[in-house]
Ligand binder design. Structure first.
Ligand SMILES: Cc1cc2nc3c(=O)[nH]c(=O)nc-3n(C[C@H](O)[C@H](O)[C@H](O)COP(=O)(O)OP(=O)(O)OC[C@H]3O[C@@H](n4cnc5c(N)ncnc54)[C@H](O)[C@@H]3O)c2cc1C
Ligand code: SF4
Length: 600
């Protein structure tokens, strides 16, 4: 069973999965490998990274030399099709006209969703991250602990392949021996940062990214992941053998035709399809979840974007994995006599507590790096090192004026030059031109560094989405309307980021290139800009205050699940996708158990 047309579905599926990104891919993978009959509905077009990735094109071959445009914010070759903060025919609105109260909603409309492009930074949440409120009194605790998710982190890391190291630092969990792949060597700028950061008590360690630094062990891992399922283990082994190790030379954001990095389209979907248990319909825009008179979900109504026709498909279970805000939108649009405010919304919490990551950055120029001899530092398409949050003790002792932490990502090296590489060079060249300008360019190339903070946001009552009753998309579906406001916690955290980056650059003997914002108000980036949307359908112990239980099963409709980041109760500084996949796997295991027990 493969890609099918809208009218060719089976009379009923075990599970209908809406979305095909990290969440939908993982949900469909787990279910199909375990024998469930699954239908995946994906609003974007079909996409095959093996055939379509322009891995080896050089930038000068692209329009505008591959620089960003509103349609392609990350450049011409970026893997994202029909995506960005603006998606053709799919508007959204903001309730406020004030820029600081607006949410920027990024979407990727294609098979595999945002996983075709994402930065692949894959950090586990730690113990504290699930129990923030118990530690400092703010936000919302998760109903689960790290120990509940830990086995699923092990599985996801083993399946997708993550490089990194175990450092045993506070709230920065180790993976079991042999699960992580060896990290690439730190770049020159990262080694220099590490040396000087040490003096400030700031740790710099290898980052974790979903990139294969060596081939996966196709003899061992599939049997371990699917112990009593020889068919699944055989299929996974065959698929793993087709994944090559990274050769450290091409931008991961274009996708990876040798399958060295994780994309749902190269890692989750191919084995799930090979089981014969998965049907996929692309260009299928889910409109609403349908229910029967007893309040049980019966399936999904969707629009075939190629014809504009409406279809209804039936499933014993519906799993929404359309990205956190989109799943909330689908639920709010699924109105009925039983659920006049949207399906499974008796708590009134669907759409509430949406979160992004706190982001702020600062750049510097480091004289010690001038006139570096030529060397190749392309490496994996992203940092090789990062700074995990390091001030837990100071925070607990009340020495900081904000709760929760941030990690630091860094950018700077002699990677292949691109448009913008020499932006700001004129500040250092004193008006040189001709031969002297060339010499100056060589001198300063690779001497610039940027630090980007990625911090935890505490959920608040001011950040939510509702349905805009005046605006619809091209298919007549009411759009999402956002309300957004950073609290003082995040703003003060952004100020701390700037202070730290300024200290770091100064310690390295560098000059700071941007204004240091001691208030945080200017430093903090708009909500949604970091593209880590989570929340909107939070999980908990109490059906009156939360939307779903610890398995992402909605309280009100027991055969409706949300397997994307919607059920997140907090958004730790750790980038969310590894946790989305771990929770999706856990939720899909639970669905299988419940189906076997006849509870669903
Ligand atoms: C530039 C960039 C860098 C990032 N870097 C990182 C990183 O380094 N680390 C990290 O952890 N995260 C990162 N992220 C975030 C990461 O991509 C997301 O957390 C992750 O993809 C979320 O998975 P998802 O399945 O919920 O959503 P998506 O991957 O967005 O998939 C959702 C899918 O559902 C489909 N869909 C939506 N609505 C409907 C509908 N109504 N009907 C049918 N289908 C629908 C969409 O078309 C899409 O294919 C990054 C994202 C971007 C864009
Ligand atoms: S750097 Fe490695 S993982 Fe990234 S696209 Fe190139 S080969 Fe693939």
């Amino acid at each position: 069973m493969p890609h099918i047309n809208a009218g060719k579905t089976k009379p009923e599926y075990d599970v209908i999965v809406v979305g095909s990104g990290a969440a939908g891919g993982q949900t469909a993978y787990t279910l199909a490998m375990d024998g469930a009959k699954v239908l995946m509905l994906e609003a974007g077009r079909n996409y095959d990274p093996v055939k379509e990735t322009p891995m080896f094109q050089t930038r000068h071959q692209a329009p505008l030399r591959d620089s960003g445009t509103p349609e392609k914010p990350f450049g011409f070759y970026d893997a994202t099709i029909d995506g960005g903060w603006k998606v053709p025919h799919e508007p959204y609105t903001n309730a406020s006209e004030k820029s600081e109260e607006q949410f920027w909603w990024w979407r990727a409309r294609m098979l595999g969703g945002r996983t075709n492009h994402w930065g692949r930074i894959s950090l586990r949440n730690g113990e504290y991250d699930f129990k923030g409120k118990s530690r400092d009194g703010v936000g919302i605790d998760w109903p689960i602990a790290y120990s509940d998710v830990e086995p699923y982190y092990d599985k996801v890391e083993s399946l997708i392949g993550v490089y990194g190291s175990n450092e045993g630092l506070e709230n920065t969990p180790n993976s079991p021996e042999g699960v992580l792949q060896p990290p690439p060597k730190a770049r020159a700028s990262e080694i220099y940062t590490r040396k000087h950061a040490q003096k400030l008590g700031i740790p710099v360690i290898p980052i974790h990214r979903a990139v294969l630094s060596e081939r996966l062990n196709s003899k061992k891992i599939p049997k371990w992941l699917h112990p009593n399922n020889p068919k699944a283990a055989r299929i996974l082994a065959q698929e793993m053998e087709q994944r090559l190790a990274c050769f450290w030379a091409t931008p991961c954001g274009r996708g990876c035709s040798i399958k060295a990095n994780y994309q749902s389209t190269t890692v989750h979907i191919p084995p799930a399809l090979a089981t014969g248990n998965l049907d996929i319909i692309t260009d299928a825009m889910a409109r609403e979840v349908e229910i029967d008179a007893a309040g049980k979900a019966t399936g999904v109504n969707f629009i075939d974007k190629t014809t504009g026709l409406d279809y209804s498909v039936k499933g014993k279970i519906v799993a929404l994995a359309a990205s956190s805000c989109e799943s909330a939108r689908i639920m709010l649009n699924s109105k009925s006599a039983l659920f006049p405010n949207g399906i499974a919304n008796s708590s009134g919490k669907v759409g509430k507590y949406i979160m992004d990551t706190v982001g702020a950055g600062l750049g510097g120029q480091i004289p010690a790096w001038e006139n570096m001899p030529p060397h190749n530092e392309d490496g994996a398409g992203g940092s090789h090192s990062y700074v995990p949050w390091w001030l837990y003790k100071e925070q607990l002792a009340g020495k900081l004026d904000f709760p929760r932490g941030y990690h630091i990502e860094m950018g700077g090296s002699r990677g292949t030059p691109r448009v913008g590489t020499f932006n700001g060079l004129e500040d250092y060249t004193e008006g040189s031109y001709g031969k002297q300008l060339k010499e100056d360019a060589r001198r300063f190339y690779g001497s610039f560094m940027s630090y980007a903070g990625r911090g935890e946001m505490v959920p608040n009552d001011d950040c939510y989405l509702e349905i805009d009753d005046k605006v619809t998309d091209k298919w007549g579906i009411p759009v999402a309307k956002f309300h957004w406001k950073w609290s003082d916690y995040e703003i003060r955290q952004a100020a701390h980021m700037h202070k730290t980056f300024a200290e770091l650059i100064t310690e390295m003997g560098g000059t700071i290139r941007d204004e240091v914002d001691t208030t945080g108000k200017k430093a903090i980036l708009p909500g949604g800009l970091i593209i880590h949307e989570v929340g909107g359908t939070i999980m908990g112990d109490n059906p009156k205050t939360t939307v779903c239980n610890e398995y992402s099963q909605t309280w009100d409709v027991k055969n409706l699940f949300i397997t994307d980041g919607g059920p997140f109760c907090s958004n730790a500084d750790k980038n969310p996708t590894l946790t989305i996949m771990a929770l999706a796997w856990r939720s899909a295991d639970y669905m299988m158990d419940e189906m076997k027990k006849g509870n669903i």
